[in-house]
Design a protein around this ligand. Structure first.
Ligand SMILES: C[S@@+](CC[C@H](N)C(=O)[O-])C[C@H]1O[C@@H](n2cnc3c(N)ncnc32)[C@H](O)[C@@H]1O
Length: 324
């Protein structure tokens, strides 16, 4: 009797072991299959992006050739000026006084320096731009203004004097405000995307929905929370084209604190800058401390991020440039 029980137990054990091995093999095979599918999809995406980039480069050359043989190029007055006064006026006039870029800030100086050569050289027929922050919400960096869309209107106006076509994308957290503004202002931006600049998924969606091609200029004029400024830059710098640049506005968020603008539903979060500018009120790194950290490799001829060759601290802003 005892022998029979032991024998059956032995059989059961063998079956159990076989089952475990089969389960393990099934899982391994399944995982390998998933990995293979992911790899194929990634390769497909990379190939598609490479083809699109090549096509864009070819189009660039053809359009430049076309534009430079025959028809005269339109170079805006603000780009021909030796100083940035006209550009400052165009920010105000173009936005109907809605953006504070050349009023409480003096960003016209920085934008004049980086955008004028592009206008004068006409090295590209199209300029792909992404600005994060439409200007929704009652307070937070826009003075007494309560209307959104100031800088979007201003960019359209500023580029309207040029031969270069502006492909303007905006990312805004306040979805209701974004879709209302887009409906009321057709033809200004290529697309107003709604989403959160501190979310990888949303940033990836914006990149995909805007054509899956790098931007010539990305501007972060969103919450100004130090953690967001750092996060958004670290994710989006890969999507800046060669010869392009990434602008972070309001980096005095490292040295002062104010209520973050998060659209019409304020979260009550403050930007948390402190007197020393290196640590936030909760002991985390500020955007300024990160910019200094990223500048260090440049001192020894190394790029902190692929193709990045300069990090400039300007008036209340930073510009990170990629080599051509
Ligand atoms: C200072 S305003 C932008 C002003 C506008 N660029 C101008 O100059 O006219 C900041 C905007 O960023 C948006 N914002 C805040 N946090 C955001 C986030 N995490 N993602 C996307 N947009 C955000 C706010 O809702 C607000 O509309």
């Amino acid at each position: 009797m005892k022998f029979m029980v032991r024998k059956q137990l032995g059989h059961l054990l063998v079956i159990l072991v076989v089952l475990i091995v089969m389960l393990w093999m099934h899982r391994t095979v399944k995982e390998a299959a998933i990995q293979a599918v992911v790899k194929t999809l990634r390769n497909e995406r990379e190939n598609k992006e490479a083809t699109l980039r090549e096509k864009m480069e070819e189009e660039k050359v053809t359009a430049v050739q076309k534009a430079t043989t025959g028809c005269p190029l339109k170079v805006p007055e603000w780009a021909r000026d030796t100083n940035s006064d006209s550009l400052a006026k165009d920010f105000i006039n173009g936005s109907g006084g809605l953006t504070d870029k050349s009023t409480s800030h003096r960003y016209q100086i920085m934008y004049h320096r980086y955008l004028s050569p592009i206008m004068i050289r006409f090295s590209q027929p199209k300029f792909r731009m992404l600005e994060i922050g439409l200007g929704c919400g009652p307070t937070g960096g826009m003075g007494t203004n309560t209307k959104p869309g100031g800088s979007t209107l201003a960019w359209k106006h500023i580029f309207s004097f040029s031969t270069i076509e502006l492909d303007l994308h905006v990312l805004e957290y306040d979805a209701e405000c974004a879709s209302k503004w887009e409906k009321e202002n057709p033809g200004i931006a290529t697309k107003i995307h709604s989403g959160d600049a501190s979310s990888t998924e949303d940033l990836e969606r914006v990149y995909r929905d805007s054509g899956g091609l790098p931007f010539d200029m990305i501007i972060d004029d969103a919450s100004h929370l130090n953690e967001h400024q750092i996060f958004t830059f670290l994710h989006m710098i890969q999507y800046v084209s060669k010869g392009g640049f990434y602008v972070i506005e309001d980096i005095h968020s490292s040295c002062a604190s104010w209520l973050a603008n998060t659209g019409s539903k304020p979260t009550g979060k403050i930007v948390q800058g402190t007197k020393g500018c290196m640590e936030t009120a909760t002991g985390n790194p500020t955007i300024f401390s990160k910019l200094i950290e990223w500048q260090k490799p440049l001192l020894i001829k190394k790029s902190p991020f692929p193709d990045v060759t300069s990090i400039e601290i300007s008036l209340e802003a930073a510009v990170i440039t990629k080599q051509y």
